[in-house]
Design a protein around this ligand. Structure first.
Ligand code: KG4
Ligand code: ZN
Length: 368
């Protein structure tokens, strides 16, 4: 059974065709980084307009590349939240139109559930023994992206549908947002995660000591805004760092996509140490909560997904940590926003007959 997936919750217009929740036939992602880069973050109004421009050709390309005709599609799965409401509305409205015109059911998918299914989809594709590509359940799932930092406990019902319990979430900034804001502050451009990831190995992660506060109430919740403020204070205390940041901003005006060598040429030892220490603090915070949750809940595996799960140090430290069960990450292309994960998350709902009506609404703060 072929499902068309559509994803427009933030700044990527994406469409994909996935067979039976496990075989990707096409996976098209039109990125808006060039549009938002100069503002150092996603501008919601511009994102909606870019989605409007891209949605028709992106969906057409996904169906063409899959080598199927629209009559082969069993359903259309679409992200209905959480995300930017103007962006969500573009994908959702187009999916409703396709559902109506092509006579196929509409399935609303929570974006966070999509990030978890990116991993479930890929493991099924690998179909490795001894579990035949099935991740051991119940599992913990840490979704870490530009908009979210959520820790879930997940299991599967007899119907094949998945259930989720939220164990912890960020009280302020998401982990990816912290990477992006710190990168902007240091004159490193957008998105910040990939560049911080590449520069961090050149600094000393023990050089700057960041303290993280204990969370009152739910101690599995996260907080990253204090860390961002601590980086700001550190920069404000040094005229040399501020001057260096200004030089990087000027460099980016003439060279919008600097090479690693160029970045390194503009970064002093103190900057590299600051970057390495910041990244280490974020990864430590994420790992600590995952280990705490693993100790309290009887999970059999851990899934880490979302854009920040591309981070090299995060992958290394989570993999090396003795959690006592396997840790899974999707490949980088499936960690960041895509529509294959939405089609995959829609498949169990298709089997369970859980369809959405045409009154399905876009919800900016949809909970899973
Ligand atoms: O999942 P995603 O594509 O979009 C959201 O749903 O938000 O995640 C984008 C986020 C951005 O904040 C970006 O800076 C971060 O993921 N990111 C990374 C890395 N690659 C992307 N953060 C840390 N290290 C990376 N290598
Ligand atoms: Zn996402």
């Amino acid at each position: 059974m072929y499902l068309l997936g559509i994803e427009t919750s933030c700044d990527e217009t994406a469409a994909a065709v996935v067979e039976s929740g496990e075989k990707i036939h096409s996976n098209i992602v039109a990125s808006q980084i060039a549009t938002h880069g100069r503002y150092g973050g996603v501008v919601p109004e511009l994102a909606s307009r870019e989605h409007l421009r891209a949605i028709v050709p992106v969906v057409r390309l996904a169906v063409e590349q899959a080598g199927i005709s629209r009559g082969d599609l069993a359903a259309v799965a679409v992200t209905c939240g959480p995300g930017l409401v103007g962006s969500l509305l573009v994908g959702l409205t187009y999916a409703k139109a396709l559902s109506l015109c092509w006579g196929i059911p509409l399935i609303g998918v929570n974006h966070l559930e999509g990030h978890i299914h990116a991993l479930l989809l890929e493991e099924k594709q690998k179909a490795r023994p001894p579990n035949g590509g099935e991740v051991e359940l119940p599992a913990l799932a840490l979704v870490v992206s530009g908009g979210h930092t959520n820790l879930f406990y997940l299991w599967r019902q007899e119907s094949g549908d998945y259930l989720y319990r939220l164990l912890g979430r960020t009280r302020d900034d998401a982990a990816g947002e912290a990477f992006d804001k710190v990168a902007k502050l240091l004159g490193l451009g957008y998105p910040g995660g990939p560049i911080i990831d590449r520069l961090a190995p050149y600094g000393n992660p023990e050089a700057v000591r960041f303290t993280t506060s204990k969370m009152k109430g739910n101690d599995l919740d996260f907080s990253f805004s204090g860390l961002k403020t601590a980086v700001l204070r550190y920069v404000q205390a040094s005229a040399a760092l501020e001057q260096e940041i200004e030089q990087r901003r000027q460099m980016r005006r003439t060279t919008p996509q600097p090479t690693l060598e160029k970045w390194l040429a503009t970064a002093s030892r103190s900057t590299l140490d600051l970057i390495a220490s910041f990244q280490q603090a974020v990864v430590t915070e994420l790992l600590r909560r995952a280990v705490d949750a693993a100790g309290r809940h009887g999970a059999r595996s851990l899934i880490v997904s979302g854009g920040v799960a591309c981070n090299s140090q995060l992958r290394e430290r989570f993999s090396a940590n003795e959690l006592g069960f396997p840790v899974y990450f999707p490949s980088p292309a499936l960690c960041t926003d895509n529509a294959a994960m939405i089609a995959a998350a829609g498949y169990p709902k298709l089997l369970a007959g859980r369809f959405s009506g045409l009154s399905l609404a876009a919800e900016a703060s949809l909970r899973l």
